[in-house]
Write a protein that binds this ligand. Structure first.
Ligand code: SAM
Length: 213
């Protein structure tokens, strides 16, 4: 992603602690207190500008959503959407996914969305891919038993790599599409990247995988 320098982003994030939670580690094991209900929690890692998670939160008020994004200059766009919609079931975290197990307890998250994750095509950067085995292990440590990952991308290489990585980790493949927009899948919510790449004519790959008990 091309990052624009936004020196004001940090200040804006700090001005909305009710939406972008500062020191999220303090909620480990008690995210339900923050949402004041016992609804399931779904997280998106690499939320970007936030269209997907905002639309999902609007459509599904009985699910709590948490969008996780590393860069301040990007998450402020997701923040704008949350300010505009004031959704009680959506919160944002400006953190690195590497820290997930400091933030969530085992079993606190029901589903993880990975949308258009950075492909890191060079072999020497394999460990940075969000579907690399160390990330799959982190996810297992915060998900419920039989928790799910829903993954979509336009990057064929990353998709092929991820299917193998999921399989080697022992995840169960539940759904796969090699051309999501021409499939019978219903209720797809497009991300910013999805819109951009599908307009160029790229097929969108999508799969759902589940951890074993
Ligand atoms: N999901 C959005 C979409 O589909 O429009 C954004 C896709 S963009 C290619 C990938 C995003 O993941 C970037 O905003 C990047 O900063 C974020 N990201 C990458 N690695 C991350 C990590 N380890 N923790 C949190 N966010 C990460």
């Amino acid at each position: 992603m091309r990052l624009r320098n936004k020196p004001w982003a940090k200040e804006k994030i700090a001005a909305y602690p009710q939406y972008i939670i500062p020191q999220p580690e303090q909620y480990k094991g008690r995210w339900h207190e923050l949402f004041s209900n016992g609804h399931p929690i779904h997280i998106e890692i690499g939320t970007g500008k936030g269209r997907f998670i905002t639309e999902m939160a609007k459509m599904n008020p009985h699910i709590n959503y948490i969008g996780i994004e590393l860069y301040e200059s990007v998450i402020v766009c997701a923040l704008d959407k949350l300010i505009e919609n004031d959704l009680p079931n959506l919160r944002l975290l400006n953190v690195n996914a590497k820290d997930l197990t400091n933030i969530f307890a085992k079993g606190e998250v029901k589903r993880i969305y990975l949308n258009f994750s950075d492909p890191w095509p060079k072999k020497r950067h394999e460990k940075r891919r969000l579907t690399y085995r160390t990330f799959l292990e982190l996810y297992e440590n915060i998900l419920v038993d039989e928790g799910e990952i829903h993954f979509k991308t336009d990057n064929r290489g990353l998709f092929e790599y991820s299917l193998v990585s999921f399989s080697q980790y022992g995840l169960v493949l539940q759904y796969v599409s090699l051309d999501l927009h021409r499939s019978d899948f219903e209720g797809n919510v497009m991300t910013e990247y999805e819109q951009k790449f599908s307009e160029k004519g790229n097929p969108i790959y999508r799969c759902e995988v589940k951890y074993r008990k």
